[in-house]
Every structure is written in structure tokens, then in C-alpha cells.
Design a protein. Structure first.
Length: 247
């Protein structure tokens, strides 16, 4: 694990992440650690406590997290949340059952159809759209409880999905919890992911802003997070200097 802005970041491969999650003994929350999600955590004590607890695994989802860690001298590879989500779907078998919560009704129905077609092995326990009031959603909590899924994927955007998971993680019977942002939109093919060459050039964030200019407002959080990382790198450099002067 590597440390960034107080968070422990997972530093294995995507297959190692799948392994860790599938073999976890206790409940586990997979946090897609992109700058926006981690920034939201820094300003919300409720989710911050969950992100930094033993129940969470934070994956380095984005160049805005990977680059600062590399500047701290760590060798780390990006794991995109959507890639881990797809890998988990690939690795599930009939004994796992899945609940999908999030996106609009229209997107969710296409998504479920696509999942049924592509992942014949997946046992879908239930699903519900994500336009809900997470403070007053007993009917959904009861639906999830009655269906006893082992895994729940929550696609309601950040921080709503992380607040939902933090709030209900203990109460729900699921073992694996993951917030997957706009992944249902991508898998339902109602939104296109960036072409591979853009993803590989670490410019997916720019592609998303150009496609949806309203995202620029949200991008401010990424910039703020980068400033926090610079401060973190500076502090750890100073600490490193102190240690080397004292040895
Ligand atoms: N969404 C939702 N409930 C809400 C707000 C958003 O279910 O109250 C869904 C939205 O329809 C979309 C997803 O959450 O499917 C968020 O997508 P976004 O692109 O914002 O997430 P990102 O991938 O950027 O984290």
C-alpha cells in the first residue's frame, strides 16, 4: 500500500485486486480512487472514515492519483474503476448474486439486458435506478435485504454512491460494495468510453470534459486535489530529508 493525502492506495495489479476482493474475509468497499472521489472524501468526514478504515480498498483510478504517487517514488499502475468492475463481472459465478443500483431507469434496463446477454453465469439478484433519496430509501434497503445479494454495484456518481455505501454497508447483507460512477452508461452503450489511444495517453479526463463541458465545474475538484498532492509530496520530501540527516 502507498500513502497519498492520508489515504492508503492499493498498489497491485488488477488481477491481484480481484483476488483480494473475492477472497476477503470481511465486508469490503472498493473505492474507485480518482481525484474527485478522494477529494470528496477529504471534505466529508463520514465517508473519509470509511475510506481510511480496514473495510475499504482504494484503487488508483486515474493519472491524477498515479502521477503524484510516482513523484513520491512509488512504482504504481493505474486501475480504472470500470476495468475492475468488468473484471469482477467476468470472475463471478452462480454462487454469487449481484444487485445493481444506479443510473436512470432507461439506462439501467439496457444495461441489465446487456449483462444478461454477455455474462450468462451472473445471478442477478435485483436492480433499481439511482434517482432516489438515499436518506429515505427503506423500500430499496428492504428490497436488497430480501434478495440477499453477495455483491452490490452502486452507480450514482460521487459522493452520493460513497455516502450510500458508507451509510448502509453494515445493515446490508452484501459482502462486496463498489461505487462505479457512470459505468452502467458505458456498458449499456448509451455513453461511449474514450478510444483506447486516448485512455492509454492518460487523457480520458479531457475527452470526458470535451464531450460534456458541464464537467468542467467538477474538474475544479481534480485541480484542488492535485494541489493537495503537491503539499503531500513536499511534506514527505521534508520528512525524508529529516530522516536522512538524522541517520
Ligand atoms: N446518477 C444516479 N443518481 C443520481 C445522480 C446520478 O443514479 O442521483 C447516475 C447517472 O445517471 C450516471 C451515474 O450516476 O449513470 C454517474 O455518472 P457520472 O458520469 O457522473 O460518474 P463518473 O463516472 O464521472 O464518476
Amino acid at each position: 500500500m502507498y500513502f497519498l493525502c492520508g489515504y492508503r492506495i492499493f498498489n497491485g495489479t488488477i488481477d491481484e485486486a480481484v483476488n483480494k476482493v473475492m477472497n476477503a474475509n470481511d465486508k469490503i468497499h472498493i473505492v474507485s480512487g480518482n481525484p474527485e472521489v478522494l477529494y470528496n472524501g477529504l471534505y466529508n468526514k463520514f465517508i473519509y472514515n470509511n475510506f481510511t478504515s480496514k473495510s475499504s480498498i482504494i484503487i488508483p483510478d486515474g493519472i491524477g492519483v498515479v502521477k503524484p504517487l510516482r513523484l513520491k517514488g512509488h512504482d504504481i499502475q493505474k486501475i480504472a474503476g470500470i476495468d475492475l468492475f468488468i473484471k469482477l463481472l467476468d470472475n463471478l459465478d452462480k454462487k454469487d448474486s449481484v444487485y445493481f443500483l444506479g443510473a436512470s431507469d432507461e439506462v439501467l434496463n439496457i444495461f441489465i439486458k446487456n449483462v444478461r446477454k454477455k455474462y450468462k453465469n451472473i445471478n442477478i439478484a435485483g436492480y433499481h435506478h439511482g434517482y432516489i433519496d438515499i436518506e429515505n430509501c427503506d423500500y430499496i434497503i428492504n428490497d436488497i435485504k430480501s434478495k440477499q445479494p453477495t455483491i452490490i454495484f452502486v452507480a450514482m456518481g460521487s459522493p452520493k454512491q460513497e455516502i450510500f455505501i458508507t451509510k448502509y454497508m453494515n445493515e446490508l447483507p452484501c459482502k462486496i460494495f463498489m461505487g462505479v460512477g457512470g459505468s452502467f452508461d458505458v456498458i449499456s452503450e448509451t455513453t461511449k468510453r474514450a478510444p483506447l489511444w486516448i485512455i492509454n495517453s492518460n487523457l480520458e479526463w479531457l475527452y470526458r470534459i470535451l464531450k460534456e463541458p458541464v464537467r468542467i465545474k467538477r474538474f475544479k475538484k481534480n485541480i484542488n486535489f492535485i494541489f493537495m498532492c503537491i503539499k503531500d509530496i513536499y511534506i514527505s520530501n521534508i520528512r525524508g530529508l529529516h530522516l536522512s540527516n538524522n541517520t
